[in-house]
Design a protein around this ligand. Structure first.
Ligand code: 6PG
Length: 512
């Protein structure tokens, strides 16, 4: 007997994401029971369903008992809730009405540890709890998002046919969803997706600022540059670049102003606590000993940006603004070359963000034993999601879709890992990009433009491929004051991940 067919579901959380998905499910023939603590939000969604001819497919419920009674067996309940306590409270309220084989599909940006805690609570009652990252924003939620589910095989087998129907489709018409693995790995992979998103978005924004304010190019021209970048080459099919073209061009018809020029330079959601994925993915990177500077510095930029008043006050204390100077071009060739270098530099930062994120996922997967299916992740990131990038997707294809044994045959260490730092076809691109990135960072530094993700990427490439780092002296200092031990250059085993073999008595302690 195959998995049961789902014809009805409940959507708990009718905000922009939940609302969009509720309509998407209804449009795909499902009967959708709605619930939200805000009656207003439910009414608005019901109204919009009616407008779209989906009124009969949606019904509002105000208590868990009648909501659960409206569903078939097994019941499918979709969460689109803020992360944290809310999910626990809702799950607690639902549990008395749930039975064996019922499924919770948590489509919020939940922290993976919360997902796993709820999974262990549910498993004792035979209830499936699937953590499913959903990407693409509210427009995609309505039209077909990229979906990243993780949990038990049985639960995933039941929901997958439905998710395949509604998820975003790639150019070949294949759904951007798949069984990612067990436990909380669906939410984990989505969390890292957002970390990668941070790095990419920062690099793209830094480039935008250099073009618009640094080089003083008209926004229409910047829109054209972004469109060109999106159309071919290293950044082709990169969603964040493509929306950059639209953002540059958009004019508010009521004021005639370019909307983007009216947007204050602050990102507040990390501080207000609305979002968490960017914070968690960076914490995970550090906890798993993965250098992820492009992702991390993007996050620090956001944090600094959020507290605008502090920046204003710090600027006063500093004695005024660092005056950024115009970037002038000697000729049109000079300008084209600069714009070309900027494109390649942005690509390097985007690729570095992917490398860092994938390293975090792989390390966590090994530690948690989720059995992440990287071919599924590849498919999930192909379309519909925020980090989608056709060119990078092509690059990743052999690394994500082949077995570890096959991947190791092309790696320079022959190790069984998907670590992109060991793959010549990836690293040769970073090598080609390096002089462009250096040129941009040098020019930006000379003229005082703010390029944290681009410069962090430049350093990342330097230190990840360097074998004579300043850390020789660092290690000596550690040994000097703390007897931390070190390895002698070229000594046997000195490339191993272990405590150093020697201590030198740089300055004997008093009395010794
Ligand atoms: C997506 C997005 C989304 C995210 C916000 C931005 O994949 O659709 O990543 O899930 O919540 O759009 O989140 P941050 O504020 O954490 O960058």
């Amino acid at each position: 007997m195959g998995p049961p067919t789902i014809k009805k579901l409940a959507m708990i959380g009718c905000g922009s994401m939940g609302g969009g998905m509720a309509l998407l499910f209804a449009e795909n023939g499902l009967e959708v029971s709605l619930q939200d603590p805000s009656k207003e939000a439910m009414d608005a969604l019901k109204k919009s369903a009616e407008k779209q001819g989906l009124g009969e497919k949606t019904e509002e419920y105000t208590d868990y008992q009648s909501l659960c009674a409206s569903l078939d067996s097994p019941k499918l309940i979709v969460f689109s809730l803020p992360h944290g306590d809310v999910g626990d409270t809702v799950l607690g309220g639902l549990l008395p009405y749930l039975e064996k084989d019922d499924i919770i599909l948590d489509c919020g940006n939940e922290r993976w540890t919360n997902t796993e805690r709820r999974q262990s609570k549910c498993v004792t009652r035979g209830i499936e709890y699937i953590g499913c990252g959903v990407s693409g924003g509210y427009q995609a939620a309505r039209a077909g998002p990229s979906m990243c589910p993780g949990g038990s095989d049985e639960g995933l087998d039941t929901v997958l046919p439905l998710l395949k129907k509604v998820a975003a489709k790639d150019k070949e018409g294949k759904s951007c969803v798949g069984k990612v693995g067990t436990g909380g790995c669906g939410h984990y992979v989505k969390m890292v997706h957002n970390g990668i998103e941070h790095g990419m978005m920062s690099a793209i924004s830094e480039a935008w600022k250099i073009l618009v304010t640094g080089a003083g190019l008209p926004l229409e021209e910047v829109g054209d540059i972004f469109e060109n970048w999106d159309q071919s080459g290293h950044l082709s099919g990169t969603f964040l670049v493509s929306i950059g073209a639209s953002i540059s061009r958009t004019i508010d018809p009521s004021t005639g102003e370019r909307v983007v020029l009216t947007v204050e330079d602050k990102v507040v959601q990390d501080i207000t606590g609305e979002e968490g994925t960017g914070i968690w993915s960076n914490v995970e990177a550090i906890e798993h000993h993965i250098p992820a500077p492009t992702m991390a510095t993007a996050h620090f930029l956001r944090l600094a940006s959020a507290d605008r008043q502090q920046r204003v006050d710090a600027q006063k204390a500093f004695g005024g603004e660092i005056s950024q100077q115009k970037i002038d071009f000697k000729s049109s060739e000079d300008k084209s070359e600069f714009v070309e270098s900027l494109r390649v530099a942005v690509f390097a930062a985007c690729l570095a963000s992917y490398i860092q994120g994938i390293n975090v996922i792989e390390r966590a997967d090994k530690e948690n034993g989720w059995n992440v299916d990287f071919a599924a992740v590849h498919q999930i990131w192909k379309a519909g999601c925020i980090i989608q990038s056709d060119y990078i997707s092509e690059l990743l294809s052999p690394i994500f879709t082949l077995s570890l044994e096959e991947v190791s045959s092309t790696s320079t260490s022959k190790a069984h890992t998907r670590n992109l730092l060991l793959q010549p076809h990836i690293m040769s691109l970073l090598r080609e990009a390096y002089p462009h990135l250096r040129r941009i960072v040098a020019k930006a530094t000379e003229k005082d433009w703010c390029v944290p993700a681009l410069s962090a990427t430049l350093e990342y490439i330097k230190y990840q491929t360097g074998t004579d780092l300043p850390t020789g002296f660092y290690e000596a200092e550690l040994d000097f004051f703390g007897k931390h031990m070190f390895d002698r250059k070229g000594a046997e085993g000195s490339n191993e991940l272990r405590t150093g073999a020697e201590h030198f008595e740089w300055k004997p302690a008093m009395g010794s």
